[in-house]
Ligand binder design. Structure first.
Ligand code: GUN
Length: 291
């Protein structure tokens, strides 16, 4: 039976370190880290993520400027909001929760964020810097995955890693980070065009699954002893739950846990780490501003 990699416990320790860093920075320089959190529309999952991010900021002593815009506000209003935060020296990080409602040009909106405040690491400048190994903000979920592997004692040097899913937020950047010399893994990036996914995952020492589809990975697709990092958060109908749904990852936890040596649970795995690395990047941005 696989060991469960406890993202909540790791996140708790790191958040205590971040809170101490926030206090130290404030005492030494008078600067309090601040994050602008922008949510457009009323997607229930986005509301719950944004609420969790704001709560985590408060607990770490980071100021959060909450901005809620109606889905009908128009792209110009959103771009103006971003421009205001770009120019405000008391704000160190800007986050626009994705996905945006229909009618917004996501690329154009992300491009409007100053790279110096892009604590999500989504702007082309930060993506480019990441690829060539320059100082940048690493995207929070891939950054959190690297921390989790390290915490769990899972070495990546020479490992065969299969990433399933090629999103800009997770799949592509985590594949790039694990390919860097520091991580030194051999990375295969699988996606919806991959023929015979199981033939790839069965060779993997580490499988990172980020497709947004429950049941993408099952135990029969794993090599015995493999490590599974499950990035998915899927709302699956569940009449036994008071909410009417339960949260499931992209992997079938029960069958994978029987074959793997370690696996991240959903909830309580990658999710808490994503938010933690957002706090980390915001503190880092404030430190740079205070220099
Ligand atoms: N939507 C899903 N994940 C993320 C994330 O890490 N940052 C933002 N801004 N939106 C997201």
């Amino acid at each position: 039976m696989a060991k469960t990699i406890d993202g909540r416990a790791l996140a708790k320790g790191l958040r205590a370190e971040i809170a101490a860093g926030v206090s130290e920075l404030r005492a030494r320089t008078g600067v309090t880290p601040a994050l602008a959190v922008i949510l457009v529309g009323d997607n229930p999952a986005s509301i719950s993520y944004v609420t969790a991010k704001e709560k985590a900021c408060a607990e770490a002593g980071i100021v959060s400027h909450e901005t809620r815009l109606d889905a009908s506000c128009g792209e110009d209003a959103l771009l103006q909001t971003i421009a205001g935060f770009n120019e405000d020296p008391s704000v160190h990080g800007i986050l626009v929760q994705l996905p945006l409602p229909r009618g917004f040009d996501e690329r154009k909106v992300i491009d409007a964020i100053s790279p110096e405040k892009d604590v999500d690491g989504f702007t082309p400048v930060n993506v480019g810097r990441m690829l060539i190994g320059e100082e940048c903000f690493l995207p929070c979920t891939p950054f959190g995955i690297l921390k989790m592997l390290d915490f769990a004692g899972v070495g990546t040097d020479g490992a065969n890693v299969v990433v399933v899913g090629r999103s800009n937020i997770v799949g592509k950047p985590v594949a790039a980070l694990l390919s860097r010399r520091e991580a030194n893994a051999t990375v295969t990036l699988c996606h919806t065009g991959t023929r015979d996914l199981a033939s790839f995952t069965r060779r993997a020492d580490i499988v990172i699954v980020a497709t947004g589809r429950a049941g993408t990975l099952t135990g029969d697709m794993l090599k015995p002893g493999a490590v599974v990092i499950d990035v998915g958060v899927n709302r699956v109908e569940d009449a036994t739950s008071p909410r009417g749904y339960s949260l499931k990852g992209d992997s079938d936890f029960e069958s994978c846990a029987r074959v793997a040596s370690a696996i991240t649970p959903v909830p309580g795995g990658v999710g808490p780490m994503t938010i933690t690395m957002l706090l980390w990047n915001t503190l880092e941005s404030a430190r740079r501003a205070a220099r």
